[in-house]
Design a protein around this ligand. Structure first.
Ligand code: ATP
Length: 477
């Protein structure tokens, strides 16, 4: 892990954003818990996504499907047969790796050393071998490239084999009655199997979309880069059902719409890019990723895929239920095509946290020191404003509490009266609170307060009666 990422991980833990799961038992790999401010930030991100999907689009409605689904769902979707990663073990260290990631890392090494051509050639070869399922040749490639295990340092590798990423468990108390079911590896299938239920009951006409936020589980082999790749995570997906032949128009529409959304929540255009897929999954006829420049390089945050009628056709076949839509405008029955947008809430969180983490050199008397703060858009900041009495006596706490009590039903607020006020400001900077309201002696005379801005540290004097409207305007989009 590079330094920048290390700092972010340490900050997230220290200031109540993200902790390793079951930390007292030394943690559980690739599983994380969100703390006081992390859970607020994550909730704000999810709410914002939900609202932009369902409220701003009249033809997108929500759904909340179960994590467990009928096992045939995953047969139909292709996950039982092909939701796999190629694995390889090092015989000396007994460590397990993803064969494709070993090769990708090697390619990155070439690229970093300035040999982009060699990197591209290697990636191309890997892609071809994986597509043709030539696993033995992937192993040969690893040996040819002298890729050594980082632990043992040897190139003594086992064969490459496919490993399914789905977690399974048993339902039913008695062994004979029980049957294997899976923890969903994506939320999308809950939408596909409910497509007609929702279309009819929410009285939707094509084109329309169904949005969902929920947990997904993948037994990821390479679990690294903090909450970028987790075994339990949350997805926010929207499947948009369209008339066959019109999918490209909608694919372009959602590509642009989603990129705009990322910019609106404060991510700089130069740190975002599309990565169009050349090699398409069997079910897709167009696909792109929105990538963000993480501390460890440009990586996928969101996928936008034109999935054709693959999923609905598969479900129709296995369930033997018609999954067709009658389009009254053209008097035709058809299985709709689907354009989806799929983003991980945790990955979005990491992107927003990385982007907001700011260290600035500031002059403090004679010394230069580093000021650290989270430059979060006020609309997603976990705490919107903190209220401080300048000192803990002479009626200032009472006045400050009055303001706090008046605003706390509208905004997530903090009241703090201990320590020097400078320290209290610093603490709010560290969790990204955009405004600090200070109550001083002048407040008792004229009912005005100072409002300190996190990013500039500038203070504005304003009447208490203006606070609600002022903060309200700043924390909305
Ligand atoms: P990757 O190539 O990084 O494994 P993917 O292409 O398999 O991702 P999708 O199946 O398209 O990802 O899932 C959609 C989104 O879900 C991703 O863009 C990402 O934001 C999120 N996501 C997928 N896997 C994980 C994971 N293990 N941990 C956290 N988020 C994930």
């Amino acid at each position: 892990e590079n330094n920048e990422l290390k700092k972010i991980i340490a900050h997230a833990k220290e200031y109540g954003f993200v902790y390793p799961s079951s930390e007292i038992y030394d943690g559980l790999q690739a599983v994380y818990d969100y703390g006081a401010y992390g859970s607020e930030l994550k909730k704000n991100l999810k709410d914002l996504w939900w609202q932009t999907m369902t409220k701003l689009n009249q033809n997108v409605v929500g759904i909340d499907a179960a994590i467990f689904m009928h096992p045939l769902t995953w047969k139909a979707s292709g996950h039982v047969d092909s939701f796999t990663d190629p694995l390889i073990d090092n015989k000396d260290s007994n460590k397990r790796y993803r064969a494709d990631v070993l090769v990708e890392d090697k390619a990155a090494e070439y690229e970093n050393a300035g040999d982009k051509e060699r990197a591209d050639a290697l990636l191309k070869k890997l892609g071809q071998l994986l597509e043709a399922e030539e696993l033995e040749a992937v192993r040969e490639l690893i040996i040819e490239e002298e890729i050594a295990c980082p632990i043992s340092g040897t190139t003594n590798w086992t064969e490459v084999r496919q490993f399914n990423l789905m977690f399974d468990t048993q339902v039913g108390a008695v062994a004979e009655d029980s049957s294997k079911i899976y923890l969903r590896p994506e939320t999308a299938q809950g939408i596909f199997v409910n497509f007609l239920n929702v279309q009819k009951t929410a009285r939707q006409k094509i084109p329309f979309g169904i949005a969902q936020i929920g947990k997904a589980f993948r037994n990821e082999i390479v679990a690294r880069q903090f909450i970028f790749r987790m075994r339990e995570f949350e997805q926010m997906e929207m499947q948009f059902f369209v008339r066959p032949g019109e999918e490209m128009k909608w694919y372009e529409h959602w590509k642009e719409t989603r990129l705009k959304w990322h910019k609106a929540i404060g991510l700089p255009a130069e740190d975002l890019r599309f990565h169009d897929h050349e090699k398409l999954a069997h079910y897709a006829n167009a696909a792109t990723d929105i990538e963000y420049k993480f501390p460890f390089g440009f990586k996928e945050v969101e996928g936008i895929h034109s999935r054709t009628d693959f999923d609905l056709t598969q479900h129709q076949e296995l369930s033997k239920k018609k999954l067709q839509y009658f389009d009254t405008e053209i008097n035709k029955n058809y299985i709709p095509y689907v354009v989806e947008t799929s983003i991980g809430a945790d990955r979005l969180f990491l992107m927003v946290l990385s982007n907001s983490f700011t260290e600035e050199e500031v002059q403090d008397g004679e010394k230069v020191k580093t000021r650290t703060y989270l430059k979060l858009h006020p609309a997603i900041a976990p705490v919107k404003a903190a209220v401080f009495p300048l000192i803990k006596k002479n009626g200032l706490p009472e006045k400050a509490k009055e303001i706090f009590d008046d605003l706390r039903y509208d905004f997530n607020m903090i009241y703090e009266e201990n320590q020097a006020i400078g320290k209290r400001y610093v603490r709010q900077d560290l969790i990204g609170t955009p405004f600090c309201i200070a109550v001083d002696f002048q407040t008792l005379e004229d009912n005005t307060v100072t409002v300190r801005h996190r990013d500039t540290t500038e203070q504005l004097r304003m009447p208490i009666s203006d606070l609600r409207a002022y903060i309200g305007k700043e924390v909305s989009f």
